[in-house]
Design a protein around this ligand. Structure first.
Ligand code: TXA
Ligand code: MG
Length: 363
């Protein structure tokens, strides 16, 4: 398909507390006309098309440079809209999503034929969530149809947490961007496949998997690829098979199994790695926690304080922004500290390990 390159991408500014409905109507008009719109969610910005507009769905893959076997998440604005898209949905699943939505939780369930194969990359299951962002919810509600949307970045780049990130990746390639400022979580939703027994975590995200486990009262399988240690071994989670979130620089992650006693070794190892590479690169950087950043100042490299170990919400929120900052600061070689794999720590480590291309050093 020939890619239609727009000369301009319209930027709409719509803040969540003052939504102008005539603008939302106008944007729905673009979507109904096979358009592509980047819009905010509480996690990251999405690049949306109406699910019935198959040509627009195909265009999403082209403008993102996304492999066509990597399915999209469908965004709904009501439980009724969800029920229309899925087959044989048990009551317990409806009760679960009623508790977790709107919010950063994506459920995988069997799809009805109304969901085009282009959305699910031919899979019989569909990923669905209801975003907790007033602008996203209003957009879907006014359009009266679910919106399929991956993150609004070029494939392989960190997901966009503000409209500037979207513009830098996709300006001129999409019809419009809705700028609503920074997103809240800064990392994507948690994806769980509930068609398997036990349910399976496909991607840790903004909602800690422990919260879901305690809510459902049963275990959830956490495969190695969900921890970011490897690619998914089977086609059911194709999005897990590509390098993601990658900055232009080399990135190494240094981690330990035991952060309370092992953090000193992490710092020591990072210092060694930086010293070893100082002559090979002129622009080096360290991504560290607020607690340990001062340990590196004498090295004379760029330091990015990503937040405190006692507030992983902030670390997660800063993560993609920092990875993009490496690029805008032309960093050639970066080393990041690891974080304990608890709560949002699992999400952070999944993203960091993948961003590094599995370049992981254990101490
Ligand atoms: O927070 C989020 O989830 C954001 C916002 C925009 O909602 N969206 C997002 O989409 O992160 P994307 O496309 O970047 O990531 C979707 C992931 C991919 O890894 C894809 O493989 C997986 O969801 N996925 C989608 N449909 C699937 C399916 N039917 N089976 C298995 N995995 C699926
Ligand atoms: Mg993505």
């Amino acid at each position: 398909m020939v890619l239609e390159v727009f000369k301009n991408t319209i930027v709409y500014r719509i803040m969540p507390d003052s939504i102008d409905n005539s603008l939302i109507e106008e944007i729905c008009g673009i979507l109904r006309n096979n358009g592509l719109i980047a819009f905010p969610t509480e996690t990251v910005y999405g690049l949306g098309a109406l699910i019935s507009k198959v040509d627009a769905i195909k265009k999403i893959f082209i403008v993102k440079g996304r492999p066509i076997d990597n399915p999209l998440i469908v965004h709904v604005s009501s439980i009724d809209m969800f029920i229309e898209l899925v087959e044989n949905i048990p009551d317990r699943i409806i009760r679960l999503v009623e508790k977790l939505w709107p919010g950063p939780f994506t459920i995988i369930w069997w799809k009805k034929s109304i969901v085009p194969d282009e959305v699910t990359a031919g899979l019989p299951k569909v990923a669905i969530r209801m975003p907790a962002h007033p602008v996203a919810l209003e957009l879907i509600r006014v359009c009266g149809e679910a919106i399929a949307a991956p993150s609004a970045n070029r494939s392989g780049k960190p997901s966009p947490t503000n409209a500037e990130h979207v513009i830098s990746d996709l300006f001129g390639l999409i019809d419009a961007v809705i700028d609503s400022g920074e997103t809240i979580y800064g990392v994507e939703s948690t994806i769980i496949d509930f068609t398997t027994n036990p349910p399976r975590l496909l991607r840790p995200g903004a909602l800690p998997v422990e919260d879901i486990i305690s809510l459902i009262g049963e275990s959830i399988e956490i495969p190695l690829f969900a921890r970011g240690y490897c690619e998914a071994e089977y086609a059911e989670a194709p999005g897990m098979r590509y390098r993601h979130y990658a900055p232009n620089s080399f990135l190494t992650v240094v981690e330990t199994d035991e952060y309370s006693s092992g953090l000193r070794n992490v710092v020591k190892k990072i210092r060694e790695i930086v010293e070893l590479n100082k002559n090979r690169f002129s622009r080096l950087a360290i991504i560290c926690s607020s607690e340990t950043c001062s340990e590196y100042v004498d090295l004379g490299v760029r330091i990015y304080d990503i937040g405190s170990r006692s507030n992983l919400f902030i670390v997660a929120r800063n993560l993609f922004k920092t990875l993009r900052q490496l690029d805008s600061d032309n960093i050639e070689f970066a080393v990041a500290e690891g974080f304990e794999e608890k709560g949002l720590g699992l999400t952070i480590m999944n993203r960091l390990r993948k961003a590094s291309g599995f370049n992981i050093v254990k101490t």
